[in-house]
Design a protein. Structure first.
Length: 380
């Protein structure tokens, strides 16, 4: 089995410092250091493509650029890289979403992956005109995915659900291939939706013991539905030639956290309705001390950023070992990021991936890495 690695397109801006925000909190000022232009995001995407990443995740929300539009433009500057487009099913009709996905597949040569985000913050959802509570949003997501999957199967769909209704819905052109659906959620109803409809269940980077519990939970639910899912994890990475260098970089990022910004972000995230977000907050408790919560797993990012708040920190060998530790639990896909995203893609791609390849747990999607000017080893 070859592990799959995805990178991240920072459509909220990039920096040599952590760009905070997400889950109803705005992007921090550092996001203006490198604005998310199509040119810059394409530079990151091309680097990820050459290094061997399969896809790139784009976030969704008021704090960033629209994922559909941005990835459609960036896709024209890449050849193989897939785009894990985060979108919220309550903001667009299921028939239109199925049609958009079909168009994206044809125009990119089948390079769309969908990250379904139900939406954990009611106040942010209301800004978009969505006034359902959290559990009803998940129920609507289930109806949405049921309709979309039937449309992708070429069926004519008539559904009168609790939240969604379509009549005589059908796609003129089907997607080829059908996009895989990624999904994350820690609440009981999220698990039910995942078990019924998704291809890959994503978890944020909790310590291995907690990740193992989640995998067992979702596997059990999926088995009751007669289904088998794959599992992925969302993490940041800080990997260097030595452990000391990596931790020095983590400490540099930590020193750049303004105390008032940390206080403001933590207060905002404390109001989050997302169970996954509350689990992230519990890993650090808003404190700067004791942030290494498992060997090489650092919770510092979560002090200023919503959502994924942990990073693998260490030498290339140590980070490779932690990846194998998660893989042993059943994690097959790793969705990674780092600040800045261009440079960190090279640190990981040239430092960790070759070690995993040598051990037979990863191989470049096109066999051998392509020689190009973009792959001159990064230094600094």
């Amino acid at each position: 089995m070859s592990l799959t690695f995805h990178w991240f397109l920072p459509t909220n801006g990039d920096s040599r410092h952590v760009v905070g925000g997400g889950h109803g909190t705005p992007a921090t000022a550092s996001g203006r250091d490198r604005p998310p232009t199509v040119a810059y995001l394409s530079q990151i995407a091309r680097a990820a493509e050459d290094l061997g990443f399969v896809g790139a995740l784009t976030p969704t929300g008021a704090w960033c650029e629209d994922a559909w539009l941005t990835t459609a433009m960036v896709s024209q500057n890449t050849e193989r890289l897939k785009f894990l487009v985060a979108f919220r099913p309550g903001f667009v009709s299921p028939t239109l979403a199925a049609q958009m996905a079909s168009t994206f597949q044809r125009q990119t040569g089948g390079r769309l992956l969908l990250n379904v985000v139900t939406g954990g913050e009611s106040h942010e959802q209301r800004a978009y005109g969505d006034f359902l509570d959290k559990d009803d949003r998940y129920r609507r997501t289930g109806e949405f995915l049921e309709i979309v999957r039937q449309l992708w199967d070429g069926k004519t769909v008539d559904v009168a659900g609790e939240h969604l209704r379509v009549e005589d819905a059908k796609l003129a052109r089907l997607p080829d291939p059908v996009p895989e659906v990624y999904f994350g959620g820690s609440s009981p109803i999220a698990g039910e939706i995942a078990a019924k409809y998704v291809d890959v269940y994503l978890t944020w980077g909790e310590p291995p013991a907690q990740v193992a519990e989640k995998i067992a939970w979702i596997r059990g639910l999926a088995a009751k539905e007669g289904r088998t899912l794959r599992f992925g994890i969302r993490l940041h990475v800080i990997t260097r030639d030595t452990s000391a260098e990596a931790w020095a970089e983590a400490n540099r990022l930590l020193e750049g956290f303004d105390p008032e910004t940390v206080k403001s972000v933590q207060a905002g995230l404390a109001r989050s309705e997302s169970e996954g977000q509350q689990r992230m907050l519990a890993l650090h408790g808003g404190n700067r001390d004791g942030l290494e919560i498992h060997p090489n797993l650092w919770a510092g990012i979560g002090l200023v950023r919503g959502g994924a708040g942990t990073a693998l920190v260490g030498s290339h060998e140590e980070v490779a070992e932690r990846i194998k530790e998660y893989a042993a639990l059943g994690i097959e896909e790793f969705v990674l990021s780092g600040y800045p995203h261009l440079e960190e893609a090279y640190w990981f791609g040239e430092g960790v991936l070759p070690r995993l390849a040598a051990e037979g747990v990863w191989q470049h999607p096109v066999g051998e890495q392509r020689a190009s000017a973009a792959q001159v080893p990064f230094a600094g």
